[in-house]
Design a protein around this ligand. Sequence first.
Ligand code: GDP
Length: 304
Amino acid sequence: MLLRNRLLFRNLTSFLPSPSPPPKSASFTLSFNKTIAYSTHKLPESKPQVAASRATKQPMSERARFAKTVLFVPPGVDPEDVTDEMILPGSNIVLGPYAGHSQIKEVEFVKSSGRAMDCPKDNRPEFAILGRSNVGKSSLINVLVRKKEVALTSKKPGKTQLINHFLVNKSWYIVDLPGYGFAKASDTARTDWSSFTKGYFLNRESLVAVLLLIDASVPPQKIDLDCANWLGRNNIPMTFVFTKCDKMKASKGRRPDENIRDFQELIRENYKQHPPWIMTSSVTGLGRDELLLHLSQLRNYWDQ
Ligand code: GDP
Protein backbone atom coordinates (compact mmCIF):
# COMPACT_ATOMS: atom_id res chain seq x y z
CA MET A 1 0.00 0.00 0.00
CA LEU A 2 2.71 2.46 0.99
CA LEU A 3 4.72 1.72 -2.07
CA ARG A 4 1.68 2.10 -4.30
CA ASN A 5 0.93 5.50 -2.82
CA ARG A 6 4.48 6.63 -3.20
CA LEU A 7 4.48 5.59 -6.81
CA LEU A 8 1.33 7.57 -7.42
CA PHE A 9 2.95 10.64 -5.92
CA ARG A 10 6.01 10.07 -8.00
CA ASN A 11 3.86 10.33 -11.06
CA LEU A 12 2.76 13.75 -9.91
CA THR A 13 6.26 15.12 -9.89
CA SER A 14 7.75 13.10 -12.68
CA PHE A 15 11.02 14.34 -13.99
CA LEU A 16 10.26 14.25 -17.67
CA PRO A 17 10.56 16.80 -20.42
CA SER A 18 7.38 18.77 -20.81
CA PRO A 19 5.78 17.78 -24.13
CA SER A 20 4.84 21.31 -25.16
CA PRO A 21 6.27 23.96 -22.89
CA PRO A 22 4.08 27.06 -22.61
CA PRO A 23 5.43 30.40 -23.83
CA LYS A 24 7.95 31.87 -21.38
CA SER A 25 6.40 35.29 -21.29
CA ALA A 26 3.23 33.93 -19.74
CA SER A 27 4.90 31.97 -16.99
CA PHE A 28 3.31 31.91 -13.53
CA THR A 29 1.18 34.96 -14.21
CA LEU A 30 -1.99 33.45 -12.91
CA SER A 31 -0.59 31.75 -9.87
CA PHE A 32 1.29 34.83 -8.68
CA ASN A 33 -1.50 37.34 -9.30
CA LYS A 34 -4.15 35.22 -7.73
CA THR A 35 -2.26 33.79 -4.82
CA ILE A 36 -0.78 37.04 -3.58
CA ALA A 37 -4.16 38.70 -3.78
CA TYR A 38 -5.87 36.12 -1.57
CA SER A 39 -6.04 36.66 2.16
CA THR A 40 -8.01 33.56 3.08
CA HIS A 41 -8.38 30.11 1.63
CA LYS A 42 -11.41 27.95 1.10
CA LEU A 43 -11.65 24.22 1.13
CA PRO A 44 -12.52 22.79 -2.24
CA GLU A 45 -16.08 22.06 -3.13
CA SER A 46 -17.40 18.65 -2.21
CA LYS A 47 -17.58 16.14 -5.03
CA PRO A 48 -21.27 16.54 -5.92
CA GLN A 49 -20.86 20.31 -6.20
CA VAL A 50 -17.82 19.90 -8.37
CA ALA A 51 -19.76 17.63 -10.66
CA ALA A 52 -22.56 20.20 -10.88
CA SER A 53 -20.20 23.05 -11.64
CA ARG A 54 -18.58 21.02 -14.37
CA ALA A 55 -21.88 20.74 -16.20
CA THR A 56 -22.18 24.53 -16.52
CA LYS A 57 -18.51 25.31 -16.98
CA GLN A 58 -17.29 27.52 -19.80
CA PRO A 59 -14.54 26.21 -22.08
CA MET A 60 -11.11 26.76 -20.52
CA SER A 61 -9.29 29.90 -21.58
CA GLU A 62 -5.73 29.74 -22.86
CA ARG A 63 -4.60 31.31 -19.58
CA ALA A 64 -6.45 28.77 -17.45
CA ARG A 65 -5.06 25.96 -19.56
CA PHE A 66 -1.57 27.28 -18.96
CA ALA A 67 -2.22 27.64 -15.23
CA LYS A 68 -3.08 23.97 -15.04
CA THR A 69 0.36 23.02 -16.31
CA VAL A 70 2.03 24.87 -13.42
CA LEU A 71 -0.41 23.95 -10.66
CA PHE A 72 0.03 21.03 -8.30
CA VAL A 73 -3.23 19.13 -8.49
CA PRO A 74 -3.43 16.57 -5.66
CA PRO A 75 -5.04 13.13 -5.76
CA GLY A 76 -8.81 13.29 -5.67
CA VAL A 77 -9.08 16.43 -7.81
CA ASP A 78 -9.81 16.43 -11.51
CA PRO A 79 -7.64 19.15 -13.12
CA GLU A 80 -10.71 20.18 -15.11
CA ASP A 81 -12.52 21.07 -11.87
CA VAL A 82 -9.87 23.38 -10.40
CA THR A 83 -11.12 26.85 -9.53
CA ASP A 84 -9.14 29.84 -8.27
CA GLU A 85 -10.58 29.40 -4.76
CA MET A 86 -8.98 25.98 -4.48
CA ILE A 87 -5.44 27.35 -4.84
CA LEU A 88 -3.63 27.91 -1.55
CA PRO A 89 -2.49 31.54 -1.14
CA GLY A 90 1.13 32.20 -2.11
CA SER A 91 1.56 28.85 -3.82
CA ASN A 92 0.70 26.73 -6.86
CA ILE A 93 -0.96 24.14 -4.63
CA VAL A 94 -4.53 23.07 -5.19
CA LEU A 95 -6.34 21.96 -2.06
CA GLY A 96 -8.18 18.67 -2.45
CA PRO A 97 -10.50 16.43 -0.47
CA TYR A 98 -7.69 14.85 1.57
CA ALA A 99 -6.78 18.13 3.33
CA GLY A 100 -7.71 18.43 7.01
CA HIS A 101 -6.50 18.02 10.61
CA SER A 102 -3.47 20.10 9.79
CA GLN A 103 -2.61 21.80 13.09
CA ILE A 104 0.23 20.57 15.26
CA LYS A 105 -0.88 19.82 18.83
CA GLU A 106 2.18 18.08 20.17
CA VAL A 107 5.67 17.33 19.01
CA GLU A 108 8.40 15.26 20.58
CA PHE A 109 11.98 14.62 19.66
CA VAL A 110 12.39 10.90 19.01
CA LYS A 111 15.94 10.22 17.90
CA SER A 112 18.99 11.22 15.90
CA SER A 113 20.24 8.68 13.38
CA GLY A 114 23.52 8.41 11.55
CA ARG A 115 22.19 6.18 8.78
CA ALA A 116 18.87 5.60 7.05
CA MET A 117 18.76 2.08 8.47
CA ASP A 118 18.89 3.50 12.02
CA CYS A 119 15.79 5.69 11.57
CA PRO A 120 12.51 4.81 13.37
CA LYS A 121 10.92 1.71 11.88
CA ASP A 122 7.23 2.25 12.59
CA ASN A 123 6.30 3.29 9.03
CA ARG A 124 4.53 6.49 10.05
CA PRO A 125 4.58 8.96 7.13
CA GLU A 126 7.32 11.57 7.20
CA PHE A 127 8.41 14.82 5.60
CA ALA A 128 12.10 15.62 5.38
CA ILE A 129 13.18 19.25 5.61
CA LEU A 130 16.25 20.06 3.61
CA GLY A 131 18.08 23.21 2.56
CA ARG A 132 21.26 25.17 2.39
CA SER A 133 22.80 26.21 5.66
CA ASN A 134 21.27 29.54 6.78
CA VAL A 135 18.21 29.11 4.52
CA GLY A 136 15.95 29.50 7.57
CA LYS A 137 15.30 25.82 8.33
CA SER A 138 15.37 26.10 12.13
CA SER A 139 13.23 29.23 12.02
CA LEU A 140 10.66 27.52 9.82
CA ILE A 141 10.52 24.42 12.03
CA ASN A 142 10.00 26.68 15.05
CA VAL A 143 7.16 28.46 13.29
CA LEU A 144 5.53 25.20 12.19
CA VAL A 145 5.63 23.52 15.58
CA ARG A 146 5.50 26.74 17.67
CA LYS A 147 8.08 25.33 20.01
CA LYS A 148 11.61 26.70 20.05
CA GLU A 149 13.30 23.74 21.68
CA VAL A 150 12.58 21.50 18.74
CA ALA A 151 14.83 23.14 16.18
CA LEU A 152 17.34 23.95 18.90
CA THR A 153 17.61 20.23 19.62
CA SER A 154 18.80 19.51 16.13
CA LYS A 155 21.24 22.46 16.22
CA LYS A 156 23.07 20.99 19.22
CA PRO A 157 26.69 20.13 18.47
CA GLY A 158 26.89 16.57 17.26
CA LYS A 159 23.32 16.50 15.96
CA THR A 160 23.66 18.88 13.02
CA GLN A 161 25.03 16.12 10.79
CA LEU A 162 22.40 13.57 11.80
CA ILE A 163 18.89 12.70 10.67
CA ASN A 164 16.66 14.05 13.45
CA HIS A 165 13.13 12.64 13.81
CA PHE A 166 10.35 14.60 15.53
CA LEU A 167 7.02 12.88 16.08
CA VAL A 168 4.02 15.14 15.51
CA ASN A 169 0.60 14.41 17.07
CA LYS A 170 1.87 10.86 17.61
CA SER A 171 1.08 10.16 13.97
CA TRP A 172 3.68 11.57 11.55
CA TYR A 173 7.27 12.76 11.49
CA ILE A 174 9.08 15.96 10.64
CA VAL A 175 12.63 14.97 9.77
CA ASP A 176 15.35 17.57 10.08
CA LEU A 177 18.19 16.78 7.69
CA PRO A 178 21.68 18.31 7.76
CA GLY A 179 22.01 21.60 5.89
CA TYR A 180 24.11 21.54 2.75
CA GLY A 181 26.54 23.98 1.19
CA PHE A 182 28.35 25.29 4.22
CA ALA A 183 30.45 28.16 2.92
CA LYS A 184 33.60 26.76 4.47
CA ALA A 185 32.93 23.08 3.90
CA SER A 186 35.58 21.26 1.95
CA ASP A 187 34.68 19.19 -1.10
CA THR A 188 35.24 16.10 0.99
CA ALA A 189 32.73 17.24 3.57
CA ARG A 190 30.16 17.88 0.84
CA THR A 191 30.68 14.43 -0.61
CA ASP A 192 30.20 12.88 2.79
CA TRP A 193 26.99 14.81 3.23
CA SER A 194 25.78 13.63 -0.15
CA SER A 195 26.28 9.94 0.37
CA PHE A 196 24.82 10.11 3.87
CA THR A 197 21.70 12.00 2.86
CA LYS A 198 21.31 10.23 -0.47
CA GLY A 199 21.16 6.93 1.43
CA TYR A 200 18.21 8.29 3.37
CA PHE A 201 16.33 9.53 0.30
CA LEU A 202 16.82 6.39 -1.71
CA ASN A 203 15.94 3.93 1.04
CA ARG A 204 13.27 5.54 3.16
CA GLU A 205 9.96 3.93 2.23
CA SER A 206 7.89 6.12 4.57
CA LEU A 207 9.17 9.39 3.09
CA VAL A 208 6.10 11.15 1.72
CA ALA A 209 7.93 14.20 0.40
CA VAL A 210 10.99 16.36 0.82
CA LEU A 211 10.43 20.01 1.70
CA LEU A 212 13.29 21.67 -0.14
CA LEU A 213 13.84 25.09 1.38
CA ILE A 214 14.98 27.83 -0.99
CA ASP A 215 15.96 31.34 0.18
CA ALA A 216 13.74 33.68 -1.83
CA SER A 217 15.73 36.75 -0.82
CA VAL A 218 18.64 35.81 -3.08
CA PRO A 219 18.82 34.83 -6.79
CA PRO A 220 18.72 31.10 -7.64
CA GLN A 221 21.80 29.29 -6.34
CA LYS A 222 23.45 26.50 -8.30
CA ILE A 223 23.67 24.25 -5.26
CA ASP A 224 19.87 24.45 -4.74
CA LEU A 225 19.21 23.79 -8.41
CA ASP A 226 21.55 20.81 -8.33
CA CYS A 227 19.78 19.45 -5.26
CA ALA A 228 16.33 19.89 -6.84
CA ASN A 229 17.49 18.21 -10.02
CA TRP A 230 19.02 15.31 -8.14
CA LEU A 231 15.78 14.72 -6.22
CA GLY A 232 13.79 14.99 -9.43
CA ARG A 233 16.02 12.58 -11.32
CA ASN A 234 15.61 10.08 -8.49
CA ASN A 235 11.83 10.48 -8.39
CA ILE A 236 11.80 11.75 -4.83
CA PRO A 237 8.60 13.78 -4.39
CA MET A 238 9.36 17.33 -3.27
CA THR A 239 7.77 20.62 -2.39
CA PHE A 240 9.72 23.85 -2.84
CA VAL A 241 9.31 25.94 0.28
CA PHE A 242 10.54 29.47 -0.40
CA THR A 243 11.78 31.13 2.80
CA LYS A 244 12.31 34.79 3.81
CA CYS A 245 9.54 36.02 1.54
CA ASP A 246 9.04 39.01 3.86
CA LYS A 247 12.30 40.50 2.59
CA MET A 248 10.57 42.55 -0.06
CA LYS A 249 13.45 45.00 -0.37
CA ALA A 250 16.15 42.47 -1.00
CA SER A 251 19.63 43.92 -0.86
CA LYS A 252 20.72 42.34 -4.14
CA GLY A 253 18.09 44.18 -6.15
CA ARG A 254 15.62 41.39 -6.98
CA ARG A 255 12.43 40.87 -5.02
CA PRO A 256 11.50 37.43 -3.60
CA ASP A 257 8.74 36.91 -6.17
CA GLU A 258 11.24 37.63 -8.97
CA ASN A 259 13.80 35.25 -7.48
CA ILE A 260 11.11 32.60 -7.11
CA ARG A 261 10.05 33.02 -10.72
CA ASP A 262 13.66 32.81 -11.90
CA PHE A 263 14.16 29.62 -9.87
CA GLN A 264 11.05 28.04 -11.32
CA GLU A 265 12.06 29.00 -14.85
CA LEU A 266 15.36 27.22 -14.34
CA ILE A 267 13.80 23.95 -13.26
CA ARG A 268 10.43 24.03 -15.04
CA GLU A 269 11.54 22.43 -18.25
CA ASN A 270 12.54 19.29 -16.39
CA TYR A 271 9.05 18.48 -15.14
CA LYS A 272 5.97 17.14 -16.80
CA GLN A 273 3.99 18.65 -13.94
CA HIS A 274 5.52 21.34 -11.78
CA PRO A 275 6.25 20.29 -8.18
CA PRO A 276 4.26 22.07 -5.49
CA TRP A 277 5.79 25.33 -4.22
CA ILE A 278 4.83 27.76 -1.48
CA MET A 279 6.02 31.12 -0.17
CA THR A 280 6.77 31.39 3.56
CA SER A 281 8.20 33.78 6.11
CA SER A 282 9.18 32.87 9.63
CA VAL A 283 9.02 36.55 10.55
CA THR A 284 5.42 37.19 9.51
CA GLY A 285 4.10 33.60 9.60
CA LEU A 286 3.26 33.79 5.89
CA GLY A 287 2.46 30.37 4.45
CA ARG A 288 2.50 28.49 7.76
CA ASP A 289 -1.11 27.33 7.84
CA GLU A 290 -1.12 26.76 4.09
CA LEU A 291 1.98 24.58 4.27
CA LEU A 292 0.44 22.53 7.09
CA LEU A 293 -2.71 22.03 5.02
CA HIS A 294 -0.64 20.89 2.08
CA LEU A 295 1.22 18.40 4.28
CA SER A 296 -2.11 17.15 5.61
CA GLN A 297 -3.42 16.33 2.18
CA LEU A 298 -0.26 14.48 1.17
CA ARG A 299 -0.25 12.62 4.48
CA ASN A 300 -3.93 11.70 4.54
CA TYR A 301 -3.77 10.38 1.02
CA TRP A 302 -0.71 8.34 1.96
CA ASP A 303 -2.43 7.01 5.09
CA GLN A 304 -5.62 5.83 3.45
P1 GDP B 1 19.23 27.47 9.27
O1 GDP B 1 20.73 27.52 9.34
O2 GDP B 1 18.77 27.02 7.93
O3 GDP B 1 18.60 26.69 10.40
O4 GDP B 1 18.73 29.00 9.38
P2 GDP B 1 18.14 29.82 10.61
O5 GDP B 1 16.73 29.45 10.88
O6 GDP B 1 19.10 29.75 11.74
O7 GDP B 1 18.11 31.29 9.97
C1 GDP B 1 19.27 31.87 9.40
C2 GDP B 1 19.13 33.41 9.45
O8 GDP B 1 18.06 33.81 8.62
C3 GDP B 1 18.82 33.94 10.85
O9 GDP B 1 19.50 35.17 11.00
C4 GDP B 1 17.32 34.15 10.82
O10 GDP B 1 16.91 35.16 11.70
C5 GDP B 1 17.08 34.54 9.36
N1 GDP B 1 15.75 34.14 8.90
C6 GDP B 1 15.23 32.91 8.95
N2 GDP B 1 13.98 32.89 8.43
C7 GDP B 1 13.71 34.16 8.06
C8 GDP B 1 12.56 34.79 7.45
O11 GDP B 1 11.53 34.17 7.15
N3 GDP B 1 12.66 36.13 7.19
C9 GDP B 1 13.78 36.84 7.49
N4 GDP B 1 13.76 38.14 7.20
N5 GDP B 1 14.86 36.28 8.05
C10 GDP B 1 14.84 34.95 8.34
